[in-house]
Design a protein around this ligand. Structure first.
Ligand SMILES: [Zn+2]
Ligand SMILES: [Zn+2]
Length: 268
């Protein structure tokens, strides 16, 4: 099994050290465990990113987990927020060669943290189609401008049940094309399975289209606690198989590697 999207206590809204996450991954018999902590921003906007000053400590923590768990392939990544005002900082931070990979994600639309429970009321004031429209534009801007490998949880705005309006399908198409043209990898993120929508990100229709376009995929559980280190991976893998996917992508020092699906399925 493989999971490229795990957080630690250092983002201040997850629990568990890198070591505790790795212990759980070893118990669940994962082969590849990738840490993708919320990357620092030039100024702290909501208090839920890795503080810039702690970046070296995060790296050291992941390295310590790696040295204690040789049975796992442990990777050092980041989940980078795309916020246009910080483009210069984000570009520089995402370019670091010491990282194995970067997941690019959009959690903010013009300063609104739309996937945060505390900002849920804002949804009432917004037009859903406009939210998705703006969201996909930001994703495409990120895809065009930031050096990263993986697009995280592509339809995140549905988190609290605000599903993609069907008339926005053109935006999905344009976004998938941009992802394909840039040679990026799409993340199948199982966190949605643990939410009330009970569905992974992205939804089946988007993933089916991605498969048709031959966009490669990777897997992540978006674990914010040890208990979720392997959550939903079996289900996700089985689903990818039905779509015709034959491998799961991961990255070592920004170099793309693949694990055959058949091999992952037969591992215990
Ligand atoms: Zn988080
Ligand atoms: Zn995220």
């Amino acid at each position: 099994m493989i999971n490229l999207h795990v957080h630690t206590w250092r983002c201040r809204h997850a629990i568990g050290t890198a070591m505790e996450m790795a212990e759980e991954a070893a118990r669940a018999r994962l082969r590849v465990l990738g840490f993708a902590e919320h990357a620092p921003l030039p100024e702290e906007i909501d208090g839920w990113h890795l503080p810039l000053i702690e970046f070296p400590a995060y790296v050291a923590e992941v390295e310590e987990a790696r040295s204690r768990h040789p049975e796992l392939e442990i990777l050092l990544g980041l989940e980078m927020d795309f916020i246009p005002e910080y483009e210069e900082f984000i570009t520089e931070f995402a370019s670091q060669t010491s990282l194995d990979y970067v997941i690019g994600s959009v959690h903010y639309i013009d300063g609104w943290n739309f996937d945060y429970e505390g900002a849920l009321a804002e949804w009432e004031k917004r037009d859903r189609a406009e939210v998705y429209h703006r969201y996909f534009h930001l994703i495409r801007e990120m895809v065009e401008r930031i050096p990263f490998e993986i697009v995280g949880h592509l339809d995140l705005p549905k988190k609290f049940g605000h599903r993609l309006p069907p008339e926005l399908w053109d935006e999905v198409e344009a976004t998938l094309e941009a992802i394909r043209n840039k040679g990026l990898v799409l993340e199948l993120n199982t966190a949605g399975l643990r939410r009330e929508i009970a569905e992974a990100y992205p939804e089946g229709r988007i993933l089916r289209r991605a498969a048709e376009l031959r966009i490669p995929v990777t897997l992540g559980t978006d674990a914010h606690e040890p208990e979720h280190v392997a959550a939903g991976l079996d289900q996700a893998l089985a689903y990818l198989g039905t779509l015709g996917y034959e491998e799961i992508i991961y990255f070592r020092r920004r170099r793309q590697l693949a694990l055959p699906l058949a091999e992952l399925r037969k591992s215990p």
